[in-house]
Design a protein around this ligand. Sequence first.
Ligand SMILES: NC(=O)c1ccc[n+]([C@@H]2O[C@H](COP(=O)([O-])OP(=O)(O)OC[C@H]3O[C@@H](n4cnc5c(N)ncnc54)[C@H](OP(=O)(O)O)[C@@H]3O)[C@@H](O)[C@H]2O)c1
Length: 232
Amino acid sequence: MGKTVLITGANRGIGLELVREFAGYGWKVFACCRTPESATALSQVASGAGGTVSIHRLDVTDPEQIRQLAATLSEIPIDILVNNAGVSGPLEQDFGNIDTEAWLQTFHVNTIAPMQMAVAFADQVARSRRKVIITIGSLLGSLQANEDGGIYAYRTSKAAAHLVMKNLAIDLAPKGITAVALHPGWVRTEIGGPEAPLSPRESAVKLHQVLTTLTLKDSGKLWSEDGQVLPW
Ligand SMILES: NC(=O)c1ccc[n+]([C@@H]2O[C@H](COP(=O)([O-])OP(=O)(O)OC[C@H]3O[C@@H](n4cnc5c(N)ncnc54)[C@H](OP(=O)(O)O)[C@@H]3O)[C@@H](O)[C@H]2O)c1
């Protein structure tokens, strides 16, 4: 098999465009989403990709689905695991105005699930040539870049996701795995909103460039879509 990438949250936004981008370069793409039966745009990309894109059901908050997918793909080395699935969290998340359950749910998707994916797929990644695990982080999760406050659920979940990746970079180094967080830019999606300067396509083109050039010396850092190292 040629180069392989597994992408979560692949049915829309940045994830969908990453599928299109990697498939365009001839990669075998394992495109994961919660409800394949309603993933029309992703199905269209898969049909036009000549069998290189396969669609897999995966709610990243369901450990049993993660386990089953890892078992289904157990014989396949995964060059790049992309933890892209994410949520912006509850509508209200400013000082003194945040629902605890919704905050915990945000953590489950944005922070805990990338860790569980890494645990489930580490051996398959270690058996590949590139050996890369990335989580789409966010500049909003950077402690140093935070000058505006607010957005407690999203900011804290991404800051913690960054720390997960820093930890994985240390813990998985003996397996030769590169682990990073990657800020995709401010992108016009449901999470980024209509004012964002980058289209999902533009972001995916840049992310693909960064993702395919990462090596072990780049591990344990927060990268931007332009290939710059951002402050934690
Ligand atoms: N857009 C930006 O400006 C920006 C900036 C920084 C970071 N990010 C990050 O980029 C990533 C992609 O977001 P986006 O901007 O493309 O937003 P989006 O269009 O809202 O896409 C979010 C994706 O995550 C999926 N998802 C949510 N919960 C899931 C779950 N439990 N299991 C599996 N998939 C789930 C969604 O699937 P459903 O359709 O099933 O809900 C959807 O495919 C996120 O991690 C986000 O935090 C975005």
